[in-house]
Design a protein around this ligand. Sequence first.
Ligand SMILES: NC(=O)C1=CN([C@@H]2O[C@H](COP(=O)(O)OP(=O)(O)OC[C@H]3O[C@@H](n4cnc5c(N)ncnc54)[C@H](O)[C@@H]3O)[C@@H](O)[C@H]2O)C=CC1
Ligand SMILES: N[C@@H](CC=O)C(=O)O
Ligand code: NA
Length: 440
Amino acid sequence: MKSIQVGLLGIGTVGSGVFNVLKRNQPEIMRRAGRGIEITMVADLDTARAQAIVGTGVKVVDDARAIIANPDIDIVVELIGGYGIAKQLVMEAIAAGKHVVTANKALLAVHGTEIFAAASSKGVMVAFEAAVAGGIPIIKALREGLTANSIQWIAGIINGTTNFILSEMRDKGLDFEVVLKEAQRLGYAEADPTFDIEGVDAAHKATIMSAIAFGIPVQFDKAYIEGITKLGAQDIRYAEQLGYRIKLLGITKRTAKGIELRVHPSLVPAKRLIANVEGAMNAVMVQGDAVGTTLYYGKGAGSEPTASAVIADLVDITRLHTADPLQRVPHLAFQPDAMSDLPVLPMSEIVTSYYLRLRVADEAGVLAKVTGLLAGAGISIDAVLQREADEVGGEGSTQTDVIILTHDCVEAKMDAAIAEMQALPTVLAPITRIRKEELA
Ligand SMILES: NC(=O)C1=CN([C@@H]2O[C@H](COP(=O)(O)OP(=O)(O)OC[C@H]3O[C@@H](n4cnc5c(N)ncnc54)[C@H](O)[C@@H]3O)[C@@H](O)[C@H]2O)C=CC1
Ligand SMILES: N[C@@H](CC=O)C(=O)O
Ligand code: NA
C-alpha cells in the first residue's frame, strides 16, 4: 500500500526528533500502522539547516504553504510554535482537507475551540498528544483509557523546565538563572522561557487536560496562573522541614460549583510519588471515580520524547483516516454536541489548604495575635513552625519567620485573613502564601 505522506512545518528541536525517530524505527512503525509513514516535504525558514538534517531525499522549502498546497501530502505536522503563523497554517491545512498533528499547546489552549470546530466540519483529525506532557501518552489515557470514569481531579508536573529549575536549586543550591540557561541549552524551554517560568506553558497544558477531562471548551483565559519566579529558597527549605516538597502543579478539579483550573507552586507531601519527580521529568496524577488514583510519569520535553508522541499521532491517523469520522475519538473526548457548560471558577472560590510564611518582629505575643486572627476568620491551623531569630536574620536578629500550615478553606477567606495579618505592625514583610495539595 502507498505510504502516508507527511509534511513537516518547522524542523527544530521536536521536528528533527520526529524525522530521526521515524527514520530509525520505520520498519516497526510500519508493522503497527499497516503502511509506511514518510516525511516527503519539510518547511523551515532555515533551509540549509533543515536540508542538513533530512539529507537529499526530502524536499525542503522555506514556504510552509507549499506543503499545504501539495495534493500528495496527507498529514501536516505543525512544529513551529506560537499563536501567529502557526494558527494560520493549521487553519489553512484543515481547509485544504489535511489531517494535522501539532505539539503546540499554546495554540490549542487559546484557539482550540475554533480549530477543532473547523476540523470537525471538514472531516479531518487534529491530533495533539505531544502538546501535553510531551512523550507521556496522557491525552490517550484521558480520552480513551479512562472513558468509563467521572474524572474528579488532575494534578500534574507538566513543565519540565520549571521542575528542572526547582530540582537543581534544591539539590545543588544553583542559582535560578544558571539552571534556566541549562534548560534552554537542553531544548526543554519554550522559545520565550517566560512562558515556562511564569506558569503559562503549564496553564496551556492544564487547560487542554481540563477540557478533555470534563468535556468543557478550552478556556485558557479563565486559568489562574502563578509561576516560580517569586519562590524563595527559604520556602523550599521550610517546606522540607515540614515534610513537603514544592512543585509547580497544573491542577484541574471538578467541584459542586464548577471547575477549578489553576497553576501555581504547591506544597506536596514528600511521601507522594509525584513529590519525588525530579529534573525535567513530568508526572500527571488523574483521579477517576472508578479507577481511583492513577499516575503517569515520563519525559515531558526534549527532542525524541516529544517526537514519540508526534509519531504516535501519525500512526493513529494512518490507522483511522479512512474510517467514518463518526467512529473516531472526538477531539476533546466528549462528542461536540455533548459538551458541558460547567463554569471555570474564579480563584476566590477554590478550596485548598495553605502554607503561610510571615516575617515578624521577634517579640512576645506575635504568634498568639496571628493565630488568633486566623481562628477569628474560621481558618483551622494544621501546624506551626517558628524559627530561631538568629537562624533567620543572623546573630542578634530581632526578626524571625513564622510558618503556618492550615487546613482547607476557601481562597476568599484566606485573602481576607492575609490582609488582616499583613496590617499588623509586627508583620514586617509581605506574607508568602503557597497553596498545599495533599493529593490523596
Ligand atoms: N521542545 C520541546 O521539548 C517541546 C516543544 N513542544 C512544542 O513543539 C513546538 C516546536 O517546538 P521546538 O521544536 O522546541 O521549537 P524550535 O524553535 O526548536 O523549532 C521551531 C522551528 O520552526 C521553524 N520556523 C519558524 N517559523 C517558521 C515558518 N514560518 N515556517 C517554517 N518554519 C518556521 C524554526 O526555524 C525552527 O526550526 C512548539 O509548539 C513547542 O511548544 C511541545 C513539547 C515539548
Ligand atoms: N517548555 C516545555 C516543553 C514541553 O512542553 C517544558 O519545559 O516542559
Ligand atoms: Na503527551
